[in-house]
Every structure is written in structure tokens, then in C-alpha cells.
Design a protein around this ligand. Structure first.
Ligand SMILES: [Fe+2]
Ligand SMILES: [Fe+2]
Length: 497
């Protein structure tokens, strides 16, 4: 954890006093506390002092933990391991009642601030100026800006990006065959740009010569924890759907109970993370009722509770909602409501979507992945069949769902809870109903399949699922084993891939 913290502060260009670091390490959730310290510290203060940390830690220690992570009254805690996970952050934070338009202003300001903090001071952004001053400069000038939109010139197919910060907005030209054109600009992402400002400022647009994106830090060596512990990732159960894959689910239950092939592997699994679309919901898409087995939303969650109760109670099960679940669809989404949580087994914890937490010191970001619906059309060459390519892009932007006004509704909150910070070691998504694994700068990327066969709706939208796959990740070395339950029985898996 010490290395995590040092790297985290270094990434934000801060130097931490040794005593301040010791204080943070002594807190129950060091990364969460560090994040609050960074938020409280101004961008121009390079030093994290002991005094400042004392103040933040003092203020944070008093309030109780959020309702979703505290054990329920009367819950039998004997079967639940002690502090099985450390919550770092839930994207969702309750709104304080600002008028929606004002709140969206605050949301974008918060996004800009968080991401420009990561970009400021980069050597490849020399001569940094606010957008409002750029046109008064000459030669090479850098700026940090939000991309408002991108359009293509009709004749030569170059790009014009509209760049904006709180001081103003400018158009800048990206030549179609230049290096900056190779990675498509996504609306509402925050980028650093190197601009060439011509002498003839009145007639020529600033030329984009380089683009710097926040990105995750270059590969950080993973520090093995020593203890044998594994986590299984699942997603998109869609309980209540006629296409729920009952046979494969039963095989999964057998495996986790140590009654299938590789009981040695099953025994080491301590955690299960489910990345959303826990139930099929109602009224999510046109004519969904034809695809439903269970037509009542509460009954769907009761069926989910029964399915989860089939898994060994020693497991720490973490679930986040998706766009089919019974919470507000605007992201970040809150955890499941109390009346549903009380139906779930005691070893199941409901967190918001997205959520960042640590399992045995490994930082995991779990996000359902609704924004694939916006990012895939926005990024040339991206597809549902290869969601990990889009996930790399999320890490590059350090944002899970930047596009405003598309298919992913964004909640008008004061703080942008979809910014990826801290950088995780595992990023897991679902929603695409496929299975994808990749690694990017030391981060394990995983799209965690689905437990629903292809529906009519998916066929219509040209999505071909890869269902009933489970990924088991060894928390010691992030090695991954893919388990295929699609045939209704587990094919004995290869040793870690
Ligand atoms: Fe789904
Ligand atoms: Fe989904």
C-alpha cells in the first residue's frame, strides 16, 4: 500500500512528508483518505504536509461509513470475513440540490479540474496558457482543454476541434495525416494540446501539433501479496430473462462449491465481483416483456437473491448495478435501494456503479460499461466484439463515460464520479456481453461475459454475445484463468493464462 500511495501522489505532482505518509497508511482506507487530501490541496501546493493530512484525517474519521458498505442491523457477521474489501470510492455522491444546469456546469468543472491536475506540469506541454490567451501568443503554445466537438472539413477531410476551458473557446486544426489525428478526439474528454500559432493569427487556425492525454502511469510493477487469494469476475446475470442461462449457472454453482473440476482453484476464490445488469429489469427496451420470464422487478431481485444464495456463504460478493437494474440510470449510479439490499444474502455487498475498491491490496475499478454505447460509435474501428480496446481508451482519457448528451445519461453531480482516479490495477466491465481480456500499462482489462443467451434485441443490434464465461484472477500476480461454462459443464481449464 505504501508504494501505491507514493505512486499516487507522484502522479499528482505532490511530494509527501514522511510523517504524513505514515498517518495516511494508518487510516482504514489509505487511498480514499489520500484522494480527499488531494482534493483539499490546491493545484499549486507541491507539498503534502503532516499538518494538512492531520486535518483531513481528523475530519474524515468522524462520519460513519456509507449505508451500502456497513453491515445491516441483525446481519449474521460470523460467516462474513472481517473487512473483506476496502472501499476507495463510489462514483455516486448525493446531489446537494443545485439547479440542474448549474450542476452540469459544476460537473464539467470538476472533470476539468481533476484531469488537468494530471496533465499540468507534463514536459510535453511547454508554455502552458489558458485558452483565452492562446490567440495572443506566437510559436508553440500548450493548453489544457475540454473537447467540445469535432468536425471534418468538407474538402480535405482535416479535423477542426473546438477546445474549451473556463476562460474561452477556440477552434484548432488537426491535419488528417498527422500524429494527433491517429487517436480520434472524443467529445467532452480533457486533453493537453501543443498548438502552433501562426504569425497570421487572424486568418489561420492554431495547428494541433501534439496531443497529451491524462493516461495511467507507465507500468507499475505489481507487488505480490503472498497469500493465496483469488477473485472471480462475472457480469450481466439478467435474472428474470427467458434467456438466462440456467444450465451454465448450475455448473458455476457446482464449481464454486468445490464439486466440479479444479476444486483446488475453487477453494482459493474468496471474492466474486458482478459488474452490473444483475436482473433483466422491466421496460428497458421496446417489447422487452416478450423476453421476460419474471415480470415483476422485486420478484426478479428475489430470484437473484436465491441464485446468489446458491454460492458458498464464505465468499465476499460485491455487486454493482447496470442499466437494467432498478436504480436511477444516470451515471454514476447509486447502490441498490435498501428494500432490495435486505433481500440479498448477508455476504453480498451492493456498491454504486462505478466503484473502486481494494481486494488484498489490489485496486479494482468496477464499471458496468453503458458508455460503450457512446464510445463505440465515436471511435473509428471500435466494436462490441473488442470492448477491451475501448477500455484502453477509457484509461487513456482517465474517464469512463465522457460524452454528454448521448445514450449514457450523466447525473448532474458536483463531483465527476466517472473520472478514473486512482488508476486501478484491474478494470472490469460488462454490458457488451462478450469476454475480453487484455493488459494495458500493467492494468488488467476484463469484459466479464454474461449469463444470458442472445436475445432478439441483441440480434437486431448486431451484438453477438460470448456468454457463460467466468474469469478468475489470482490476486498475488494478476494471472487470469478463463472458465468456460457455456456447454452446461465446466471444461477443465488450462492453468493461468
Ligand atoms: Fe447486459
Ligand atoms: Fe448493460
Amino acid at each position: 500500500m505504501r508504494n501505491h500511495l507514493v505512486a499516487y501522489f507522484a502522479e499528482h505532482h505532490k511530494i509527501v512528508e514522511a510523517e504524513a505518509l505514515r498517518l495516511l497508511l494508518a487510516t482504514p482506507q489509505p487511498l480514499l483518505f489520500s484522494r480527499r487530501v488531494l482534493e483539499g490541496l490546491g493545484p499549486d501546493t507541491p507539498l503534502v504536509t503532516t499538518e494538512f493530512v492531520e486535518r483531513v484525517v481528523g475530519a474524515l474519521r468522524t462520519p460513519a461509513r456509507g449505508p451500502s458498505s456497513s453491515p445491516r442491523p441483525g446481519a449474521d457477521s460470523s460467516s462474513v470475513p472481517v473487512a473483506p474489501y476496502a472501499l476507495i470510492r463510489e462514483g455516486f455522491s448525493p446531489a446537494t440540490g443545485a439547479a440542474p444546469l448549474l450542476a452540469y456546469g459544476q460537473l464539467f468543472q470538476s472533470r476539468f479540474q481533476s484531469l488537468s491536475r494530471l496533465l499540468r506540469g507534463r514536459p510535453d506541454l511547454p508554455n502552458l496558457h489558458p485558452i483565452g490567451e492562446v490567440r495572443r501568443t506566437e510559436g508553440v503554445t500548450s493548453a489544457i482543454a475540454m473537447v467540445r466537438d469535432v468536425r471534418q472539413t468538407s474538402e480535405k477531410h482535416h479535423f477542426i476541434v473546438r477546445l474549451e476551458d473556463s476562460t474561452g473557446a477556440i477552434d484548432a486544426l488537426v491535419l488528417k495525416d498527422s500524429l494527433p489525428a491517429r487517436t480520434a478526439f472524443v467529445p467532452d474528454e480533457v486533453v493537453g494540446v501543443q498548438l502552433q500559432i501562426s504569425r497570421d493569427r487572424e486568418r489561420r487556425l492554431p495547428l494541433v501539433e501534439g496531443v497529451v492525454r491524462p493516461d495511467v502511469p507507465p507500468h507499475r510493477p505489481h507487488r505480490p501479496t503472498g497469500r493465496a487469494s483469488r477473485v472471480m469476475f462475472l457480469s450481466d446475470l439478467h435474472i428474470g430473462s427467458r434467456s438466462f442461462l440456467e444450465g451454465p449457472w448450475e455448473a458455476l454453482v457446482q464449481f464454486l462449491g468445490g464439486r466440479g473440476p479444479r476444486p483446488d482453484l475453487a477453494k482459493e476464490i474468496e471474492h466474486v465481483v458482478v459488474a452490473g445488469d444483475l436482473v433483466d429489469g422491466i421496460g428497458i427496451y421496446p417489447n422487452q416483456e416478450r423476453d421476460l420470464e419474471i415480470h415483476d422487478i422485486l420478484e426478479q431481485y428475489r430470484a437473484l437473491a436465491r441464485r446468489l444464495a446458491q454460492l458458498p456463504s464464505r465468499l465476499n460478493v460485491i455487486v454493482v448495478p447496470g442499466n437494467h437494474d432498478a436504480v436511477c440510470p444516470a451515471e454514476p449510479q447509486p447502490a441498490l435501494p435498501e428494500e432490495i439490499r435486505t433481500e440479498l444474502p448477508d455476504n453480498v455487498r451492493s456498491l454504486g456503479n462505478p466503484s473502486t475498491f481494494a481486494l488484498d491490496g489490489v485496486v479494482i475499478e468496477a464499471y458496468h460499461g453503458r458508455s460503450f454505447d457512446d464510445l463505440i460509435p465515436a471511435i473509428p474501428g471500435a466494436s462490441y466484439a473488442r470492448p477491451t480496446e475501448v477500455m484502453k481508451r477509457m484509461l487513456l482519457m482517465r474517464h469512463l463515460a465522457p460524452i454528454y448528451g448521448g445514450r449514457t445519461p450523466l447525473a448532474p453531480l458536483e463531483r465527476d464520479g466517472l473520472v478514473i482516479d486512482p488508476a486501478p490495477e484491474i478494470l472490469v466491465t460488462g454490458h457488451a456481453h462478450t469476454f475480453g481480456v487484455d493488459r494495458y500499462r500493467g492494468v488488467l482489462l476484463l469484459n466479464a461475459s454474461a449469463w444470458q443467451a442472445e436475445t432478439e434485441y441483441q440480434r437486431m443490434r448486431n451484438i453477438s454475445p460470448v456468454p457463460a464465461q467466468a474469469a478468475v484472477v489470482d490476486l498475488r500476480d494478476l494471472g487470469l484463468t478463463r472458465l468456460d461454462f457455456a456447454s452446461g459443464e465446466l471444461v477443465p481449464p488450462e492453468v493461468a493464462a
